[in-house]
Design a protein around this ligand. Sequence first.
Ligand SMILES: [Zn+2]
Ligand SMILES: [Zn+2]
Length: 166
Amino acid sequence: MSMDLHELIINPGRSLPFSCEISEERLAQPSIVSFSEPVTGSGEIRNEAGLLVLTGHIRTRLLCICDRCAAEFEKSVDIPLELTLATELEDEENPDFYLLCDEKLELEEVLSDCFILGLESSFLCREDCKGLCGRCGADLNLGPCSCKKEKDPRLAVLEQLLDDKD
Ligand SMILES: [Zn+2]
Ligand SMILES: [Zn+2]
């Protein structure tokens, strides 16, 4: 979806609403199993005294895999959008500006970039997910595994020393 922003660019003060469904193929990630709802970006682009400012949200629901315990879980995603669009870049290194080509905005492309950048880098089923035991693979959210009963070898040495004193 390509938006022609010419009218907006020549009319300071004007705004242009947008709503766009992002195709799921663009958003594939190893931690995402499936999208339970369409990924929709909506909001508006305003011409603020010659600066084009895009604001809005990307919303969806995901079925994803926990990075720590590998359980599947659903999560709502609401990524706020705030982006300044520029017809030319004065500072090529400035990541806060998105460069337009011929006064046109490739909306779906911009939104899919924002989605990928805006997703938290880690997918956790809950913030305090205990993950899997590195030794036996048990899900530690369900309780301690049998490995926990083994003593710390340093403690064992100490206990041995104390025993010898008796
Ligand atoms: Zn987890
Ligand atoms: Zn274990």
